[in-house]
Ligand binder design. Structure first.
Ligand code: PGA
Length: 261
């Protein structure tokens, strides 16, 4: 796991966008896994800037989002499909048919989940998966206790996640209890995982993910088994890491051919 600690959320988002843009420049038809929530917003702003000012094109890109609330679709402002259109898709040149998000209105949820997995596999897998992490350590909506090899399926949100997401809905009662999420096994199959985390509320989950023992109790820890996981943090999210100095030394000493900035 590569841990990069930046001095601000903004510079972290800019670096994250550069990493994704690099994948697209090398492979214009890249398959990109996307995430929602507040964490990736700066990264999306920078992707939009790269598109508008530097000609980064998403015309051949295919995207797969991590998750969606059961019962919500484009008509609801808090659905992830709405969020994605508002924050990214409407501002870049990605084709509508190349956008994939679990269908919150699916009548047959298990069938929709299998089809989602099959589509990812048939296209050759995800080249880079963007991730945030929950205060409780979840990746996607894989709450503590999730199978470490799970695939796309229905999950029930933990009380902690309901509380964290109530700010978008107005009250905790309005947050849907059920979601569909890629599994930890789905996420682990991505060629690269790029995780961003900001703020002191994430410090414990980040500490467990980077330096704790691998355990379903902290789902993010599964990334310790990933061949290519890049974690970009701000100072507050990195506050509990014991080996910070080493991570900084590694990043400062990277050979030129490995550098993004
Ligand atoms: P956040 O959510 O980006 O809004 O903090 C992250 C997550 O729950 O995975």
């Amino acid at each position: 796991m590569e841990v990069i600690i930046k001095d601000s959320k903004k510079s972290a988002g800019i670096l994250g966008a550069k990493i994704i843009a690099d994948v697209i420049k090398k492979k214009p038809g890249a398959v990109i896994g996307l995430a929602t929530g507040s964490t990736p917003l700066g990264l999306y702003d920078e992707l939009v800037r790269l598109h508008r000012e530097e000609g980064l094109s998403f015309k051949e890109v295919t995207s797969f989002n991590l998750d969606e609330y059961v019962g919500l679709g484009i008509e609801h402002k808090c659905s992830f499909i709405s969020e994605m259109h508002q924050n990214l898709f409407s501002k870049i040149d990605i084709n509508n048919e190349s956008i994939n998000i679990p269908d919150g209105h699916a009548k047959n949820i298990p069938a929709m989940c299998s089809a989602y997995e099959e589509k990812i596999q048939n296209i050759g897998g995800i080249d880079i998966q963007l991730l945030g992490i929950g205060n409780d350590g979840h990746l996607g909506f894989n709450e503590p206790g999730s199978s470490l090899s799970s695939r796309t399926r229905l999950k029930t949100l933990s009380h902690e996640t309901l509380q964290a997401n109530a700010r978008h809905f107005g009250s905790i009662e309005q947050v849907p209890r059920h979601v569909v999420t890629m599994g930890l096994g789905t996420i682990m199959a991505a060629k690269t995982c790029l995780l961003l985390a900001f703020g002191e509320d994430k410090a414990e989950a980040v500490y467990q993910m980077v330096e704790g023992a691998v355990s379903a109790t902290w789902p993010g820890t599964i990334l310790q088994h990933h061949q290519r996981a890049v974690v970009i943090l701000d100072e507050a999210a990195a506050a509990k890491l014991k080996r910070r100095q080493y991570y900084n030394e590694v990043y400062a000493g990277k050979p030129d051919w490995q550098r993004w900035e």
